[in-house]
Design a protein around this ligand. Structure first.
Ligand SMILES: Cc1cc2nc3c(=O)[nH]c(=O)nc-3n(C[C@H](O)[C@H](O)[C@H](O)COP(=O)(O)O)c2cc1C
Length: 355
């Protein structure tokens, strides 16, 4: 089945092209995910490496679904997805599986395993637990990974994450412009009849970037950073203000492992790092400050709450992508979803003047 028909069949409340929000760990929760779905997209809850939030968030999804006319009729699945970080290991799978089986989210998003066997194991177990009702989305960042995952898991969706993405991604990788078409070619030659649907992620903030992703061969796109500019993102005011203020993300954001060290999230596999806005913590480390001194200052900043992001002395983690300068106001996640989708169509029409 061609990608647009498949997406329509699997997520019948959605509009085309498919807009989704990345499962940002403990930032994208039920309120954000349902707003995205309510606007004809697919919202993801970010469970990350911990299943303990799941039941509460899924119950909240059901409650919000009941109040959203377009989602009320969706019966077979919960009209959202949920994302997991696979490096957390078997405990996470064992805890998540019965809850996923009970609530049947429309999709599960898998990312960052220790090795490819974890992708295979999760895919098999989730498909078994939900009788394939829950679709498998796998986020990858290289052509080799895309090929390996397509062969071993035959995912429903491959999320192709380019280097501009906010939050965690591969330390080494390409931007979407070279990456996505090469992935598309590689998986097309592999998987004839059941090629995974390709969704783009990384640096897409507004209609023009989204239109470019479609021109590269994607059937839709995922945004993380753009939804940090939404009322529903579960972030501190200081964090939100810092992303609103940031611009020129190519030089004012960077990817690395420093914040995982300082925040104590050190279990990420070596090949991943987090992209965030450069601030005093980053600058001091670059200028040679020891991890101990930086940690002390970080902990002091943490105790200050929102002031830990104060302009001029900001030290706290501000994960955001290279596209952070492309938005400057906070809106509802539903409005963002609708606007970017409509602007993308407009940008495509305009670009077709060249054809
Ligand atoms: C603050 C933040 C947290 C994120 N957390 C996760 C996560 O927990 N799991 C995951 O699979 N992806 C996570 N991502 C990455 C997104 O899935 C997606 O690849 C990325 O946001 C796309 O790039 P963009 O930020 O430029 O839109 C996160 C992104 C951001 C900005």
């Amino acid at each position: 089945m061609e990608p647009l028909k498949r997406l329509q069949a699997d997520y019948p409340w959605t509009k085309s092209p498919l807009v989704s929000c990345g499962p940002m760990r403990l930032i994208a929760l039920a309120d954000l995910a349902v707003e995205v779905s309510r606007a004809g997209g697919l919202g993801f809850v970010g469970a990350g490496n911990d299943a303990s939030v799941l039941e509460k968030e899924f119950e909240r999804v059901k409650q919000l679904q009941a109040g959203a006319q377009v989602l009320r009729e969706v019966k077979e699945v919960l009209p959202i997805g949920v994302g997991f970080l696979l490096w957390a290991g078997d405990n996470l799978l064992n805890e998540a599986l019965p809850i996923v089986a009970q609530y049947v989210p429309a999709a599960v998003w898998l990312f960052a395993p220790n090795d490819v066997d974890q992708f295979t194991q999760w895919t098999r177990e989730i498909r078994r637990a939900t009788n394939k009702k829950t679709k498998i989305w796998i986020q990858i960042g290289t052509v080799a990974e895309a090929v390996e995952v397509t062969k071993s898991c035959q995912p429903d969706v491959l999320v192709v994450q380019g280097q501009d993405a906010g939050g965690h991604g591969l330390m080494d990788g390409a931007g979407l412009v070279p990456l996505l078409p090469e992935v598309d070619d590689a998986v097309s030659s592999l998987s004839k009849g059941n090629k995974p649907v390709i969704i783009a992620a990384g640096g897409i903030m507004e209609g023009r970037g989204a239109a470019a992703a479609l021109a590269l061969g994607a059937a839709g796109w995922t945004m993380g950073t753009r939804y940090l500019f939404s009322h529903e993102a579960n972030i501190a005011k200081g964090y939100r203000d810092a992303v609103v203020k940031a611009s020129d993300g190519g030089v004012n954001t960077a990817r690395g492992k420093l914040y995982d060290t300082l925040r104590g999230t050190r279990d990420w596999p070596e090949r991943f790092g987090g992209r965030g806005v450069i601030n005093e913590t980053w600058q001091d480390a670059k200028d040679g400050m020891s991890v101990e001194d930086n940690q002390r200052l970080y902990d002091e900043a943490l105790a200050k709450g929102d002031d830990g992001w104060a302009p001029g002395s900001a030290r706290l983690t501000t994960y955001a992508g290279a596209g952070v300068g492309l938005a400057n106001s906070v809106k509802s996640a539903a409005r963002i979803t609708e606007e970017v989708r409509e602007d993308a169509k407009r940008a495509l029409k305009q670009a077709s003047n060249w054809a």
